[in-house]
Structures are given as C-alpha cells and as structure tokens.
Design a protein. Structure first.
Length: 456
C-alpha cells in the first residue's frame, strides 16, 4: 500500500475514489466498528459548517487519539458487567465473580497484553495509579542523588506535568531545579532534538543521575531512539526511565530487551481506556527482587499474604511490588476492553497501517497544501522519517492557529491544539481511515484558502 501511495499522482491522491480504494484494501478496516465514533452534531460546536442537517448525524472525522482515544464498545460491555456484579454480589465479587477471578485479582489478566504492547514480561508490567503518580513513585525509588551525581535530564518541551514532577522531586531532595534540572532544547532553528545532542549531553555531564525523556515528544511527535539513549545512559552510570504516554500503543517498544530501568504511561490516549483511565508501569526484571525503598501500599504486598493484614511489608516480585492501592474496577475493566482489541488486531499489523496512513496524510499535506506550505502558512514539525515518529503529525501555524482549529472543529474534524501555534493530527490505525485523512486535509485547504488566499 505504501508503494501505491508513493506512486500516485496528485490528482489521484486527492480523490475520494483513491482514498476509498485504500480503505477497501485495509485488512484492519473491520476494527473501526469496535469503536463508538461521535456524530458531528455532538462535536462541531454551535456553528457547524455542513451542507445539510443530515451531515450532522454522520460520524465526525476523529483524529485526536493522541489526546483521548475513542471508546471501545467492548469496554462499555465489560464495565456494565462489573456494575451488574456489584449490584448482584456486593463485596462477594472480590472472590466470587462470574466473569473472571474476582476483583481481588482483576489487574492480573491485563499484564500479558500490556507486556506484549511494550515488549516486556508480564511480571515487569502492571496497571496502577495515574501517570504522574507513577513517575513520582519511580523517582522515589530510582532517583538516588549524591553530592556528585544529582541532576535529572528531560527535554525542554516535556509535558508540563513531567516538569512539575521532576522539579518537585529535586526540591524534596534539597536541590535547586535551576541547577539540577537539565532541560535539553533543539538546536537553534530546529524543531526536534538530535539523538547525538542527547548522547553528548549525557556523556559530557557526569552529574546526571537520571535520564527521563518522553518516548514520543508530545508537542512535536518525535519518537526518540530509546534503545540507543538507554544504552548510553547506562554506560555513563545513569538510571534511565521513560514517559511513554504518547508511545504506548503507538510505536514499537521492546523495553525488556532495551534494558530500560523503568517506564510509565497513561492509557487514555492510544490505549483507549477513557478519560483519567488507569495508568501503567514497567520495572525491569533485574529489579524484581531488590530491596530498594519504595512508596509502599498494601496492593504491592506479597499476594500470598496480602489479606492476612500483617503490618510488615513484603513486596511482590517485579512491577507488582510497586503497586499501592487496589485498582479501580471500572477503569481496569475499561482498559481490558481496549487491550482485547489490540490483541485481536496484532500490533505489527497496526504499526504497518500506521506508517502507511500517516505517510498518506503527510503526502496529502505536501501536495494538496503545497502552496500554503511554501507561503509559510504552516509547516510539519514532526520528523519525516517514519522510524522517528508514531502516527501523530504536529502542524505549526504561525498565524491564526486557534481560528484554524475552530474551523476544523466546525467541519467535524476533531484534532487538538497546543499553544502557542501547533495543531496535532493523529490518524490512529485501529479506527481511522484513509478517507478520514483526506477529509481533514481538504477541510484544512478550504480553511487556509479562505484565511490566506493565494493568487494563481
């Protein structure tokens, strides 16, 4: 399919017939029906741009899985089952449950599918808490500063919550973030970080204790070279952890083989668990039975004795030993519904479609909107190499970004904005189509033509 897209003429690329042909050839097309797609009526605002009222009942063009994934229909079913068991059995549902082993072990069935998504053993992963809480928990255990080695390296444009978490951890240890936080920025005139600059920073500053970058940079969509950076970090004596909020379920990951120390992620983006869904944790098996201090809670206690209510804490082996409280039943069930869809589709096939679908979107932007790119009305910040990105393309609009964003929404094209100038578009392979990509670009052309007329 990539060759078909690469060899197509501009006229073919921008035709509905071509996009529909690609959709007809898509082996994953059936999984779109696994998700609830909002109608345009619900998401287009108070002044929708439509040809007729009937258009408002059509599915919107949802390209925002990088912010909140669509609801898997299986998740609704599984959550409703838990409501039914709660109503029918009450507390007995912890151990006597008609659908699984009971709420006391509800997190266990998620570990194998989570492990498959991040390239880990089931014992190395667990669903727990929320993303920032997990980052704090990992830094509490893995950030062990000394007077000679105390700095933390992140990217300058890291998600604000990462900045807050890292700065607060530094202060808790008595360090001034102005001195101890390294926020690495791209070179002057560039949008993304070069791996060589990350590596040089790690090699040249022997005061770095912890490297904690994002797997995929939320603003630019850049996929970092996790294996290479982790290896260099270890060679220089650093602990290396990753925030995989935008990478999990989106990019290929092999955390165990890459020897990553720890990683954390949320599940409401590409993992489609619902707003505020339960997050996830990876801790490499080399730490499975070590006795490092941790923020302990009863759900991390040895499963064999957890309900004996002893005051002494004996951690479960692996990632489970870092759990604190019992997981939300409803949030866990919702995530399981999505993981079942991932398993049915297979991540290798999803990645293949993602490369093709994002490549198609990129080629449409380069051809259909060529004049607007050349005029400087927008640019693509995300790396052009598919090996260095997931499915998100970040578009930089130096003028009128919020107006453009509002007009996309009015046309039923749902993406998201990140100030000051970026609109992020993410064609998710589980439920987006080539037709979605074409509709987004043609809508964008209509908007840009009206805002910035280009004389022919």
């Amino acid at each position: 399919m990539n060759d078909t897209i690469a060899n197509a003429s501009i006229q073919e690329l921008s035709s509905w017939e071509f996009a529909q042909k690609l959709d007809a050839q898509d082996p994953l097309a059936k999984f779109r029906d696994e998700f609830a797609i909002p109608p345009r009526r619900s998401v287009s605002g108070s002044h929708p741009v439509v040809e007729s009222d009937a258009d408002l009942d059509k599915p919107c063009t949802y390209l925002c899985g990088n912010s909140l994934g669509l609801m898997p229909k299986r998740s609704r079913e599984l959550v409703m089952q838990e409501f039914d068991v709660w109503a029918d059995r009450g507390v007995v549902g912890h151990w006597d449950h008609p659908g699984h082993g009971g709420w006391a072990v509800i997190d266990e069935p998620l570990k194998e599918p989570l492990g498959r998504l991040v390239g880990a053993k089931p014992s190395e992963v667990t669903p727990m808490n929320t993303l920032t809480a997990n980052l704090h928990a990992m830094m509490a255990s893995f950030y062990k500063p000394t007077k000679d080695r105390f700095k933390i390296l992140i990217e300058a444009k890291a998600f604000p919550s990462d900045h807050y978490a890292v700065s607060s951890q530094l202060r808790l240890h008595g360090f001034d973030p102005e001195e101890a936080l390294i926020a690495l920025a791209p070179r002057q005139g560039e949008s993304t970080l070069r791996t060589e600059d990350i590596i040089q920073t790690i090699r040249n500053d022997h005061q770095i204790a912890l490297v904690m970058l994002s797997g995929i940079q939320y603003y630019t969509g850049q996929l970092f070279e996790i294996e290479k950076i982790t290896r260099v970090g270890h060679e220089e004596g650093c602990v290396v952890g990753w925030d995989l909020a935008h990478a999990v379920g989106n990019a290929p990951l092999q955390l165990h083989d890459w020897d990553v120390d720890f990683a954390c992620w949320c599940s409401y983006k590409y993992l489609n668990s619902g707003a505020g869904g339960i997050a996830g944790l990876f801790v490499h098996e080399k730490y499975a039975n070590d006795d490092r201090p941790r923020l302990a809670g009863w759900w991390g206690n040895d499963k064999a004795t957890r309900f004996e209510m002893k005051p002494e804490f004996k951690p479960s082996p692996g990632a489970s030993g870092y759990q604190m409280s019992n997981p939300s039943i409803l949030a866990t069930a919702s995530l399981l519904g999505s993981l079942q869809v991932f398993d049915a589709a297979g991540f290798s096939a999803l990645r293949s479609k993602s490369v093709s679908l994002t490549g198609y979107l990129e080629r449409l932007l380069d051809t259909v909107l060529e004049a607007h790119q050349k005029a400087g009305h927008f640019s693509i910040l995300t790396p052009r190499d598919p090996e260095h990105r997931g499915c998100q393309l970040s578009l930089d609009f130096p003028q009128r970004m919020m107006d453009i964003f509002a007009q996309l929404e009015a046309r039923g094209v749902i993406c998201d904005e990140r100030k000051p100038t970026v609109i992020r578009i993410a064609p998710v392979p589980l439920y987006n189509t080539y037709t979605d990509a074409l509709r987004a670009v043609l809508s964008l052309k209509d908007i840009l033509d009206s805002f910035f007329p280009i004389s022919q």
